[in-house]
Ligand binder design. Structure first.
Ligand code: SAM
Ligand code: SF4
Length: 465
């Protein structure tokens, strides 16, 4: 077994050198990088840095176009949908950007009971959700970490009418190796954790107290998760704390470290931008605010650099930005979210929420919008349940084969959603999309998808391949 305290090599000098060398990359160099990226083989740090400085409208257009090409080739037209489930906003840490920080007296504290978690789950099921991201602050009720394990059991145990939650991903503070083993045993999908910032000095300046002050404990969390057998991990950066160019290259070093050690990189990357949060000045005035155009560049560069890794866009962003980034490479989105514990059964409450949302639309409205734009809203959970995780998933994803599974699974779960939960308006838009997607498929996936959709229409549920 590898030692769990091994540092993840984030090399600031190398990052500075790369940024400096590529600072004045000319159009020829940018086009060379884009041509390489179009081959779906990913990019190295030097290539990514060459794209970071692009500002000429034509080159920018070509960059976004390349990202769109890669996204389409690997992910097709589907967008996976999930909802966060905040079980507790209690926290012992002092992250200056977060409303849940320990010293924030403006926040109403609450850890949901298992009954309340079951009630929240029922609300999500009744909206049509199948995938949940369980989120908590870093301080659990008396039972400690087993609160998280019990919460997972509770969510999986709830069924309501024809629905249930089929995959739980988890975003909780870094765990010990043994705790990660317990988490794996609880049958989670992805373990997700953001480094927030890879820049040590910035990290120290925004994490003032509690266990989260320890940069190394956090940056090595994915090593422990992988050693414990959780091979789908999700990483991310909280954009706005340090220079985004630095963060992307450091993130890439983290990815290369995981690939070299465990043979597989992260399953997903999240790209949260700082949003205003109750009692936080930093959140309202990010020291390195990322503009909308740079944000689109971040998504596009990631899509080109790690084509087989999912990119997650949350409801922190407005409907407009979300729409723009779907085309550039986003593969998963949250919808109808609340970030206050109890927020689904009760209501959204700013004085108990983690941050302000940019997209407040209910799930059905988001689904209708996504379908109207030509994307297939997918509630698919097949890979994880068939054991297609980690290396197995990547092996399947790399030659583009996963599309043969994903598109039929997306269509079957979308049709299931429309029949069981969709509004009349959404069904009208959705049925048009289903017809259109089926007509555009190659013969093999088309036959598979048509037969799966037929089974769903005949009343069968949870149909996947
Ligand atoms: N408490 C655990 C932790 O910090 O890792 C997990 C849950 S925490 C609620 C989830 C994520 O929310 C954090 O990792 C951070 O990136 C993000 N977050 C915190 N404050 C935010 C803000 N003001 N705007 C946007 N995202 C924020
Ligand atoms: Fe607590 Fe996480 Fe918020 Fe930090 S980001 S204060 S650890 S909930």
């Amino acid at each position: 077994m590898l030692p769990t305290t091994d540092a993840v090599p984030i090399d600031d000098t190398r990052i500075a050198g790369t940024l400096e060398r590529q600072r004045l990359a000319d159009a020829e160099r940018v086009r060379e990088v884009l041509a390489k990226a179009r081959e779906l083989k990913g990019l190295e740090a030097e290539d990514m840095a060459a794209l970071m400085g692009v500002s000429d409208p034509e080159l920018l257009h070509e960059t976004f176009d390349a990202a769109q090409h890669v996204k389409q080739a690997i992910y097709g037209r589907r967008l996976v949908i999930f909802a966060p489930l905040y079980v507790s906003n209690m926290c012992a840490n002092e992250c200056t950007y977060c409303a849940f920080r320990a010293r924030n007296t403006e926040l109403e504290r609450r850890a949901l009971t298992q009954e309340e978690i079951a009630r929240e789950t029922r609300m999500l099921i009744d909206q049509g959700h199948k995938r949940v991201l369980l989120v908590a602050g870093e301080s659990y009720p008396r039972e400690g970490f087993s609160y998280v394990l019990k919460s997972i059991d509770t969510v999986y145990s709830v069924t309501h009418d024809q629905g249930e939650i089929r995959r739980i991903n988890v975003n909780v503070a870094p765990l010990t190796l043994d705790q990660f083993r317990e988490l794996k045993h609880a049958k989670i999908g992805t373990y997700q954790l953001f480094q927030e910032t890879y820049h040590r000095a910035t990290y120290a300046s925004v994490h003032l107290a509690g266990k989260k002050k320890d940069y190394d404990w956090r940056v090595t969390a994915m090593d422990r998760a992988m050693q414990a057998g959780i091979d789908d991990v999700g990483i991310g950066v909280l954009f706005g704390l340090a220079d985004w160019r630095y963060e992307l290259l450091a993130l890439m070093q983290h990815i290369r470290h995981l690939e070299a050690r465990y043979g597989v990189g992260p399953h997903t990357i999240s790209v949260p931008r700082l949003e205003p949060a109750t009692g936080s000045d930093v959140a309202s005035h990010p020291p390195h605010a990322v503009s909308d155009i740079d944000f689109r560049k971040i998504v596009a560069i990631l899509r080109l650099a790690v084509p087989y890794t999912g990119i997650i866009m949350s409801t922190r962003e407005s409907a407009h930005i979300r729409r723009e980034t779907f085309a550039l490479g986003v593969s998963q989105i949250s919808a109808g979210s609340r970030t206050n514990p109890g927020g689904y059964a009760e209501s959204e409450r700013e004085n108990a929420s983690q941050f302000c949302l940019g997209d407040h639309r209910p799930l059905d409205e988001v689904i209708r919008d996504v379908a109207g734009l030509g994307y297939i809203p997918s509630f698919c959970t097949a890979c994880y349940r068939l054991g297609r995780t980690g290396q197995d998933f990547m092996d399947l994803a790399k030659p583009g084969e996963i599309k043969e599974h994903c598109d039929p699974n997306a269509l079957a779960t979308f049709v299931e959603y429309m029949i069981d939960y969709g509004s009349e308006e959404t069904r009208v838009v959705g049925e048009r999309l289903v017809e259109d997607v089926l007509a555009s498929m190659g013969p093999v996936p088309q036959q598979m998808a048509a037969s799966m959709v037929k089974r769903v229409r005949a009343g069968k549920r949870d149909v996947f391949c």
